[in-house]
Design a protein around this ligand. Structure first.
Ligand code: T3D
Length: 258
């Protein structure tokens, strides 16, 4: 049983709650491992068709546990390779929608975790801080890659140089989050969206994520070719057959995710 996260399943939705509220869900090695294991489990389990990541208490995640590193630990490079990079890669490649429900501060690698989700819903109490410069570090865990793609290079560098907090309203204006809701509405709104996505054509969603990710760094001709290839795959799915049948029969589609 994990100790630093809570894993709950509601229908096709798996919710993972980072659960070290006393330190705003700072990431220690145990949390990193438990989070990675939960994501792996979700990736393998066909019954999980959407993931939600949130934080317990008043924070989303304050990044690396600054009390957790000791002399004799792995080098920074090895630590990132071992603890963070596998989580970020898995979040970006898991072929199911991943939603971050950002309930409070998301700082440092905690902001990177939010950025690695497909969609971000934010409470009005959420804030985002590329806090690394305050402790003399480089943004990591995907922040240098993901932030500029969301808000543009100039804004991304400003946020990283200043390490100033971005509140929820500004995050929405910048395109850093998809939606801002009241604090009380955050989980209901997130779960409603997650349930809707979990009832969708999971196979097609997964391929969409793969194609979009590929398209971020591919030339147009290669992206078009890759879309055509993935459409061939989607075109043979049961969900595609069901979608067309539902249209012709004038009824709602009942997707099974394959
Ligand atoms: O391998 C490697 O190590 C490299 C990887 C690096 C990845 C990174 O994420 S580097 C960045 C690490 N994170 C930070 O520098 C953030 C540190 N936290 C803060 O600056 C502030 O806590 C916040 C701005 C996030 C929130 O401020 P505030 O005023 O709302 O809360 P607080 O009072 O500072 O924090 C509440 C408690 O949580 C407090 O403990 P206390 O005094 O009540 O016993 C605080 O010490 C603790 N806490 C918050 N963040 C961390 C933490 N404890 C350990 N590590 C933390 N990251």
């Amino acid at each position: 049983m994990p100790d630093t996260i809570i894993v709950e399943q509601d229908g096709g939705v798996m919710m993972i709650t980072l659960n070290r509220p006393d330190v705003l869900n700072a990431v220690n090695d145990q949390l990193a491992k438990e989070l990675y294991d939960a994501l792996r489990q979700a990736a393998r389990d066909a019954a999980v068709r959407c993931l939600v990541l949130t934080g317990a208490g008043r924070g989303f995640c304050s990044g690396q546990d600054l009390r957790g590193r000791a002399a004799g630990d792995l080098s920074y490079r090895e630590h990132l390779r071992a603890a963070y990079n596998p989580i970020i890669l898995l979040m970006r490649t898991i072929e199911k929608p991943v939603i971050a429900a950002v309930n409070g501060v998301a700082a440092g690698a905690g902001m990177s975790l939010a950025l690695a989700a497909d969609l971000r819903l934010a409470s009005e109490k959420a804030s985002f801080i590329e806090i690394f410069a305050r402790v003399g570090l480089v943004p990591d865990s995907g922040s240098t890659y993901l932030l500029a793609r969301l808000v543009g290079l100039g804004k991304a560098l400003e946020l990283c140089y200043t390490a100033d907090p971005v509140d929820a309203a500004e995050a929405l204006r910048l395109g850093l989050v998809n939606r801002v809701v009241t604090h009380e509405e955050l989980l209901p709104a997130t779960m409603a969206l997650a349930a809707r996505l979990a009832a969708g054509p999971t196979k097609a969603y997964g391929l969409t994520k793969r194609a979009m990710t590929y398209g971020l760094h591919a030339p147009l001709d290669a992206a078009l070719e890759y879309e055509a290839y993935l459409q061939e795959v989607a075109g043979h799915s049961a969900d595609h057959r069901e979608g067309v049948a539902a249209f012709l029969e004038k009824r709602a589609a009942k997707y099974e995710g394959h």
